[in-house]
Design a protein around this ligand. Structure first.
Ligand code: ADP
Ligand code: ADP
Length: 234
């Protein structure tokens, strides 16, 4: 059954005269499905992500996640962007642990189970090759390292929905492929519903069940391809 449903949304930035970033876009993503979104710059991929996560309200249409209409930012979704947006005054470890302070039931458990959660955060950092920098501040790390840390932050609370907007854009090809394996491992183990925006077709085909292609002026989904797979599924 669908976990994310987008019904005929339109998005216009900046009032009636503003840019029509999306029009007539509908999409249904099943629970546990991995969808990739590709398309040229400016076709509305990030806009689509903002509507699903409730960071912007749609000008028209409705967005439903987990059976509920999205009317405010979805704090339960795990999000990672090309721009890592780590809090500069917190260590890498504390940045990764941030969603645990916001999302229930972790928020409640954090007080008594901090050590276990911290071990989990350290484990995730190790998985993405960031062992040893837990206590550093974000500005002491390269852009690619910060990006990997923000992927850990997106995963730490085991979200049912993962929204990833070019999360590997700043990484060299070798690190990027390592992270594909990490993301696939997490997806196979926990089966979150994933929407991934990428410019890398190889990445889309490697990771996703379904690849959506968008076109601009105004942005909309123009095609959809199901990927037949040899990789492990069940
Ligand atoms: P993509 O992620 O595919 O590059 P975006 O969703 O960022 O595309 O942008 C789609 C269109 O909306 C573009 O024309 C862009 O200039 C415009 N746009 C995006 N964000 C804003 C904003 N905050 N204010 C005004 N226009 C915006
Ligand atoms: P949080 O608000 O995420 O719990 P902290 O507990 O680390 O963050 O910091 C408490 C508040 O102190 C923050 O909300 C922030 O406004 C402010 N603050 C601390 N250090 C800085 C800094 N280096 N730059 C900007 N604001 C800071």
């Amino acid at each position: 059954k669908p976990f994310v449903e987008i019904h005929d949304v339109a998005m216009r930035y900046g009032g009636v005269e503003g840019t029509l970033a999306l029009r007539g876009t509908s999409l249904s993503v099943a629970k546990g499905e991995f969808v990739a979104v590709v398309g040229p710059s400016g076709c509305g991929k990030s806009t689509l992500m903002r509507l699903v996560t409730g960071l912007w309200p749609a000008t028209e249409g409705t967005v439903i996640v987990g059976g509920q209409e999205v009317v405010k930012p979805l704090s339960v979704a795990g999000m990672a962007f090309q721009n890592p947006t780590l809090l500069p005054w917190r260590s890498i470890l504390d940045n990764v642990m941030l969603p645990l302070e916001v999302v229930e039931p972790h928020r409640r458990r954090l007080r008594t189970e901090r050590a276990a959660y911290e071990a989990e955060a350290r484990g995730l950092l190790k998985l993405v090759g960031l062992e040893g920098v837990e206590k550093k501040q974000p500005w002491q790390l390269s852009g690619g390292m910060q990006q990997r840390a923000s992927l850990c932050r997106a995963l730490i609370h085991q979200p049912a929905l993962l929204m990833l907007d070019e999360p590997f854009g700043a990484l060299d090809i070798f690190t990027r492929e390592d992270l594909w394996a990490v993301l696939q491992e997490v997806w196979l183990a926990r089966r979150p519903t994933v929407i991934l925006v990428t410019h890398d077709l190889r990445e889309a085909v490697y990771l996703a069940d379904r690849v959506l292609c968008m076109s601009s002026r105004p942005g909309r989904i123009i095609s959809e391809t199901r990927i037949p797979f040899s990789r492990p599924r069940e």
